[in-house]
Design a protein around this ligand. Structure first.
Ligand code: SAM
Ligand code: SF4
Length: 461
């Protein structure tokens, strides 16, 4: 019988990396690996890296340095730790990583991690393994399914990648280079994964993809499916009570998906829709392929389908050539939409992308100052949105125990964290909660009268 080995997977960056990290652990389980939260106890450490913004590569090398210390300490005790680098930095840097960091045993690209068991076996014989070519086979078909215990440990809310890669080529972004061309998984494969999650206790699924609403996977009827159609199919899976999706591109928000927001009770009324800038000049330079007005029209159509929809977004400040007037257009857009939340970033030149070569790079000090002003505007709207929840009854999906004894933490339909005193038997249930207090990071509430008996909530179409 083979010895149980331990793997520690450290995830950097977006939800897609979190999902990939889980699937790496799943695929190593049949090869005899169990997960550990402690790298010093591991036989294999995987750094699942992100390349989206500045200093990503330097951060990875300093993390490798920390792991090298553990590796040397283990070797002094006659034990070996294998170090693997995965994800977008692995994809972008490839062989350079083993050249620069001799402690690294293997480098695996974002489309190749289904081959990890075989790569580890080869690396155990002392070979340095680098596998970053985009493969012809479907990674998802080859990955081992998650085990019930692993799903249960990860909680009642799960991510499922339905689409990968991107063909949009925004001039600032590395994703089309690190994740490759856009590919959608077939509906049947996704349904099987979601059914498995639901059987193991998952109640909420967030469909993820770099450009998730460009989804066009093969449907069960043999025709391409849209994201709206996929969501309707997944709402039929018994046990799944909430559906979300992220990240969308404004251009791919089609009528079918917009209509799904008005019709599908399981689809939560919170949409993350990155805009990046409120200035048409900047949007054109970014190759976003939409204008400010296009964006506002999509928001209006979504609100017409469901009036209580709330929005979040991504913004970049200090893109090459951005003037104070352009930046003002971003601030007015924030006020016009009234986002419930948003992420904002200083533009970071990514090697190999067109914007990195553009003239008129904005000085770091100007970027920092604009970011501060933008974040103040976003925070103002976020606080206003949360303050409007006071006194309201919100349906909260209760996820896990809170910090205080007897407390549970859950999420409102608008993804707000809600703390409430409630019995553990309600974990996995949707309970109406009256919001009594609005904190800076979460809402506090009390169970409202009509709390359901602890039982499986119905699938909600
Ligand atoms: N696909 C999504 C979209 O179309 O907006 C987002 C993908 S990216 C992983 C997440 C966010 O990172 C982007 O929306 C953008 O705001 C930010 N981002 C990407 N490249 C960046 C760069 N070079 N500098 C600063 N922020 C960047
Ligand atoms: Fe990057 Fe998103 Fe643009 Fe694709 S659509 S290039 S992932 S920012």
């Amino acid at each position: 019988m083979s010895r149980v080995r331990k793997v520690h997977v450290k995830s950097f960056g977006c939800q897609m990396n979190v999902y990939d990290s889980h699937r790496m652990a799943d695929t190593l389980a049949p090869a005899g690996f169990s997960e550990t939260a402690h790298p010093e106890d591991a036989d294999l450490v995987i750094l699942n890296t992100c390349h989206i913004r500045e200093k990503a590569v330097e951060k990875v090398y300093s993390e490798i340095g920390r792991m090298r210390v553990l590796k040397e300490a283990a070797a002094a005790q006659g034990r070996s730790i294998m170090i693997a680098v995965a994800g977008c930095v692995a994809q972008a840097e490839s062989e350079e990583i083993v050249r620069r960091a001799s402690a690294v045993d293997l480098v695996v690209g974002s489309q190749n991690y289904h081959r990890l068991p075989e790569m580890i076996a080869r690396a155990a014989n002392g070979a340095k393994i680098v596998d970053t070519e985009f493969p012809v086979e479907d990674k998802f078909e080859a990955l081992a399914a998650p085990q019930r215990a692993a799903i249960a440990k990860r909680g009642i809310s799960a991510f499922v990648t339905v689409q990968e890669g991107c063909d949009k080529f925004c001039t600032f972004c590395v994703v089309p280079y690190t994740r490759g061309a856009e590919v959608s998984r077939p509906v049947k494969q996704i349904v099987a994964e979601v059914e498995r999650l639901a059987e193991a206790g998952v109640r909420e699924v967030t469909l993820i993809g770099q450009n998730v609403n460009a989804y066009h996977g093969l449907g069960e009827d043999g025709a391409p499916s849209s994201l709206g159609k996929l969501l309707r199919r997944l709402a039929e899976v018994v046990g799944i009570v909430r559906l979300r999706y992220t990240t969308s591109h404004p251009r791919d928000m089609d009528d079918d998906l917009i209509a799904a927001h008005g019709k599908l009770a399981a689809l939560m009324p919170y949409v993350h829709l990155p805009v990046q800038s409120g200035s048409d000049r900047m949007l054109a330079a970014m190759n976003r392929k939409h204008t400010r007005q296009d964006y506002l029209s999509v928001i209006a159509a979504l609100r017409a389908a469901r009036s209580d929809l709330a929005f979040s977004s991504d913004f970049i400040v200090g893109f090459p050539g951005e003037t104070e007037d352009d930046f003002q257009d971003t601030l007015t857009l924030v006020d016009e939409v009234g986002f419930a939340g948003a992420y904002s970033f200083m533009y970071s030149p990514r090697p190999g992308t067109p914007a990195a070569e553009m003239a008129d790079q904005v000085p770091a000090g100007v970027k920092a100052e604009r970011l501060q002003r933008l974040q103040a505007a976003i925070t103002w709207h976020q606080r206003a949105f949360n303050a409007a929840s006071a006194g309201r009854n919100l349906d909260v999906l209760l996820e896990k125990p809170g910090k205080l004894p007897g407390q549970l933490v859950g999420r409102s339909p608008y993804l707000q964290a809600v703390q409430v005193m409630a019995p553990r038997s309600l974990i996995g249930q949707i309970a109406p909660v009256t919001v009594t207090e609005v904190g800076s990071n979460s809402l506090f509430g009390a169970l409202a009268e009509e709390t359901p008996a602890p039982q499986l909530a119905e699938a909600g179409a």
